[in-house]
Design a binder for this molecule. Structure first.
Ligand code: OSB
Ligand code: MG
Length: 377
C-alpha cells in the first residue's frame, strides 16, 4: 500500500482560551490554531495541527512562518509524490530544508494520520503504541499571587491530575512554589517550567528549588542550550527536563553525553514530527531517560496526535494532555477529550486514525483564512 497526498487544505481558526495562559516570555488569550486537512489519492482524509504560536517566544517559528514554509517549500515536496509510507517524509524534508520543524511536523503527522485511516487502524497502533490509558498532567500558567496559584494547584490535584506543572520566572518562583508545597503537602507530584527565564547567574535561586522535592525543572536556561544546562545539572539535585533544546535525536544524544538533563519532554511539533519523536523515544529508552509528551495548547486535533504518541512504552511520566474542557468552552472534535477521576486519558485504539472526528460546521464558523494546495504540474 503506497501513500500519495493529492491535496492539502491549510486553515486558520481562532479559538479563545477559557483563561489566559502566561509563560515567562508571553501570554496567550485567543489561540490562533493552524489546521491541515490532507487528502490522499484514494480519497482518504486526515487531519493534523501545526502547533506554532502567534509570536516567536517559544521557538523561532510562528503560524505565519509555518504557513509560508508549508506553502512554498514543504507541501511542494510531498504533494503528488508516491511514498512507501509516512516514515519516508522526515528525511526527504530534512535533506536540505533547515529548521521549520513545526511546519514539517504538521505535514508529516498528517501523512501518518492519513495512513492509519487508509489501513483502518488507530494512529496509536501505526506508531507502535502499547498503552490504552495515559496519565494526565496539567500545566498552570503564571498566576498573580502565591495563594491564587496554591489554590489552583490544589483544585487540580482534587480533579485527579497525576502531575502539576507550574510556570515560573524570576520573582515568581521560590515564594510561589513554597506556597504550593505548603498547601498540597510534600507528596504531591509537582514540577516547574521556566521556559528559558534564567541564566547561570541565577544558580542560587535555582538551587533553592531543590528544597521543594520537585519531580523536575523544565528548561531553566536558554532555548537552544545544552552546554550550560550541563553545568547547572551538576549542582542541582532536581532533575532537569529539556523541552525547547531538544529539536531532534541528535540533541537528545548531546544531552546524554554532556549530562544536560535527565528527562525529555517530547513535543512532536518541536522535533519535526512522529518519526523524529519515535527516534528520540527509542534512544531515551535505550539510555534510561524517561520521556513524557508535552503540549502546546493544542485543539482536539493536535491533542489526538499527542495522545497517540504518548501511548508508546517509554512515555512513562504523565503528559501535558489535559482534557478539552481545561482549555476551551467547546473543542473542535467529537467526542471531546476527557480525563477520568483517576487522572487518565483513554487512547482511542478501537477507532481509525487519530480516533476523533472534526466538527466541520463549527470549524467553518471559526475559520479566519484557508488555502488549498495541490501538486503543481
Ligand atoms: O513550555 O511546555 C511549554 C504552552 C505553550 C508553550 C510552551 C509550553 C506550553 C505548556 C502548555 O506548558 C501545556 C499544555 O498544552 O497543556
Ligand atoms: Mg516547556
Amino acid at each position: 500500500m503506497t501513500l500519495l497526498i493529492r491535496r492539502i487544505i491549510l486553515r486558520e481558526i481562532l479559538l479563545p482560551l477559557k483563561e489566559p495562559f502566561q509563560i515567562s516570555s508571553g501570554t496567550v488569550k485567543d489561540r490562533r490554531i493552524f489546521l491541515l486537512e490532507l487528502h490522499s489519492l484514494d480519497g482518504v482524509v486526515g487531519w493534523s495541527e501545526c502547533v506554532a504560536g502567534d509570536f516567536p517566544n517559544y521557538s523561532p517559528e510562528t503560524i505565519d512562518t509555518a504557513w509560508h514554509a508549508i506553502r512554498e517549500w514543504i507541501a511542494p515536496r510531498v504533494l503528488g509524490q508516491e511514498f512507501s509510507g509516512p516514515q519516508e517524509i522526515y528525511s526527504l524534508l530534512n535533506n536540505d530544508i533547515r529548521g521549520n520543524n513545526m511546519a514539517k511536523a504538521a505535514v508529516e503527522m498528517g501523512a501518518w494520520e492519513v495512513t492509519a485511516r487508509s489501513k483502518s487502524i488507530s494512529l496509536s497502533q501505526l506508531l507502535g503504541g502499547v498503552r490504552k490509558k495515559i496519565e494526565v498532567g496539567i500545566s498552570l500558567g503564571i498566576q498573580h499571587s502565591p495563594s491564587s496559584l496554591a489554590e489552583k494547584v490544589q483544585q487540580s490535584i482534587k480533579q485527579g491530575y497525576r502531575k502539576v506543572k507550574i510556570k515560573i520566572k524570576p520573582g515568581k518562583d521560590i515564594e510561589f512554589v513554597k506556597a504550593v508545597r505548603e498547601t498540597v503537602g510534600k507528596d504531591a507530584p509537582l514540577m516547574v517550567d521556566a521556559n528559558n527565564a534564567y541564566t547561570l547567574r541565577d544558580v542560587d535561586i535555582l538551587k533553592k528549588l531543590d528544597e521543594f522535592g520537585l519531580l523536575m525543572i523544565e528548561q531553566p536556561l536558554a532555548w537552544d542550550d545544552v552546554v550550560q544546562h550541563a553545568k547547572l545539572q551538576q549542582v542541582l539535585n532536581t532533575p532537569i527536563c529539556l523541552d525547547e533544546s531538544i529539536t531532534g535525536v541528535d540533541k537528545a544524544e548531546d544531552m546524554v553525553s554532556l549530562g544536560s538533563g535527565k528527562i525529555i519532554n517530547i513535543k512532536p511539533g518541536r522535533v519535526g514530527g512522529f518519526l523524529s519523536s519515535i527516534s528520540i523515544h527509542n534512544y531515551c529508552a535505550d539510555h534510561g531517560i524517561p520521556v513524557w509528551c508535552g503540549g502546546m495548547l493544542e485543539s482536539g486535533v493536535g491533542r489526538a496526535h499527542n495522545v497517540a504518541l504518548a501511548s508508546l512504552s517509554n512515555f512513562s511520566l504523565p503528559g501535558d494532555l489535559s482534557p478539552s474542557s481545561r482549555y476551551w468552552e467547546r473543542d473542535i472534535v467529537l467526542p471531546e477529550w476527557t480525563m477520568d477521576n483517576d487522572g487518565m486519558v483513554t487512547v482511542p485504539v478501537d477507532k481509525p486514525g487519530m480516533g476523533v472526528e472534526v466538527d466541520m460546521p463549527y470549524i467553518e464558523k471559526l475559520t479566519v483564512r484557508s488555502e488549498t494546495l495541490t501538486s503543481r504540474g
